[in-house]
Ligand binder design. Structure first.
Ligand SMILES: Nc1nc2c(c(=O)[nH]1)N=C([C@H](O)[C@@H](O)CO)CN2
Length: 117
């Protein structure tokens, strides 16, 4: 299966369950694996047939910064739904990491897969 990838998309937003977290911006790092048949784009060297990782990144940043969110699980579901509904991606794997949330952990996060490959 072909994929288009985004790694460590950094989004600064209001995220968290605690009152103090609702007063600040924190970083999320998002990894995306998006199923996409890349052959047509490659055959014609044609952007029109490519899934544009820049457009997806910009859209997700706008979506996730629209309003405060409590859980990173919610972020992951919003990202998966947006990519599938708005960009016609049939399968997506989304990893959302919240660096620094647990000082004694190297990283904490969630990962989901939605759709069919
Ligand atoms: N499974 C989750 N556990 C926790 C989350 C979360 O989004 N998903 N969030 C928090 C707090 O916001 C935390 O990040 C503050 O440091 C705790 N557990």
């Amino acid at each position: 299966m072909d994929k288009v990838l985004i790694r460590e998309l950094r989004i600064e937003t209001v995220i968290g369950i605690y009152e103090w977290e609702k007063q600040i911006h924190q970083s999320l790092l998002i990894d995306l694996d998006m199923a996409w048949d890349n052959r047509q784009a490659a055959a014609g060297d044609d952007y029109q047939h490519a899934l544009c990782y820049e457009t997806v990144s910009n859209r997700l940043t706008a979506l996730i910064t629209e309003k405060p969110i409590e859980l990173i699980e919610t972020v992951a579901e919003m990202v998966a739904k947006c990519v599938m509904d708005e960009f016609n991606v049939p399968w997506v794997k989304v990893k959302v990491m919240k660096p620094g949330a647990v000082p004694t952990a190297a990283a904490v996060g969630v990962e989901i897969e939605r759709g069919h490959g």
